[in-house]
Design a protein around this ligand. Sequence first.
Ligand SMILES: *Cc1c(COP(=O)(O)O)cnc(C)c1O
Length: 463
Amino acid sequence: MGMRPIIEPFRVHTVQSIAMPSREVREEALRRSHYNLFGLRADEVTIDLLTDSGTGAMSTRQWAGMMLGDESYAGSSSFFRFEEVVRDLTGFSEVIPTHQGRAAEKILFATLVDDGRVVLNNNHFDTTRANVEYRGAEARDLVVAEGSDPALVAPFKGNMDIDALRSSLEADGDRVPLVMVTITNNAGGGQPVSMANLRAVRQVCDEYDIPVFLDACRFAENAWFIKTREDGYADKSPKEIAQEMFSLADGCTMSAKKDGLANIGGFLALNDERVASECRNLLILTEGFPTYGGLAGYDLEAIAQGLVEVLDEDYLRYRTRSVEYLAEKVAAGGVPIVQPPGGHAVFVDARALLPHIPLQEYPAQSLAVEFYREGGVRGVELGSLAFGIPQEDGTEVPAAMELVRLAIPRRMYTQSHIDYVAEVVLDVATRAESMGGYRIVEQAPWLRHFTARLEPVPVGSGG
Ligand SMILES: *Cc1c(COP(=O)(O)O)cnc(C)c1O
């Protein structure tokens, strides 16, 4: 007997219509936004896979929680519920709410990182890197070699290279204020980190007496991969696994817009009371009083409930399956993707699909534009537009990989939406050879991919 489909473990309660713009409207929208998909209006997009951040659907219990929100400026009961859930999950005693993940990063790095320091990570996410560099420090990526090989199938491609970690600490240990591990490794393709690897990071950092922080945005998806892929965890619950992951760290930064199942929010949690107190001083300066930290009381309720629901096994099984389902469909049609698919997104390998476009002409951006042009599907470039490093002589060091990320919002799209996306991707792939590259016309000094203006390089112009 065949396996029954893994169904969405929820039914629809409220609906929101989506736009079906014509091809002409899409062409005009591309011109107007200077071929930067961040410049599109959401009502010009049919299926929005730009990000899984803050875009998911909340549950009836989360909406009910919002009605219970206590909006007291100080000492809100919603904060104490939030704090209790975060403490129970992470074991960290100091819980500092922030308006989103990057605010937690900014506050942590402003406290621990300054000029000339080095922060080590498996792969810095873009806001994390920018916040480290903004402090005048170096953001060094130490992911295992297999993490940079898109086609290679391995269970934990997000792991930190422990030998590289050790040599970095040997050479620069006195300049390293903290080591971070991003779970799952977003910039590296949403790939998980194993418990064994986290344990090894902990051990090496203990030798050098350096604190370990998790960039924990997708901790529940990471826990699910440990459960299904790592020996000894099959019978543990996702919550037990998550608790064990957090027990190996000294603190975490978190965007509740991912595995908090909320539309906004984040937090910084840690054990060091002295560092926490410095962080709270900064929090008051930029976010707000420590019992709300830039959030409404109702947001704290939604996050507290989300952090419980996200560890539900039926949810995690469906969540990872819907990503895998899209991956299987496009891979079966010959489209190169990062293998195995990660927890929140399918990453299409533009370097492999468009070998004729030079890396200096942003092949992944070109592919992202075509997905939109073809079917109103908006993904995001995670290649040299996002991660290329401009040099003083005007050239650029390209990114390690040229990926287009199709991120699946949580609990939002159905299987037929995913089928539609797969067909758009496959249709675009059939005309890969006719696609050309792009050049940047205007860019910002940080996080340029959000606002850069581009123009197509005429095909056959030789660059
Ligand atoms: C989203 C994300 C962040 C930043 O969180 P925001 O809520 O968007 O500020 C940091 N790290 C990782 C791995 C992320 O995915």
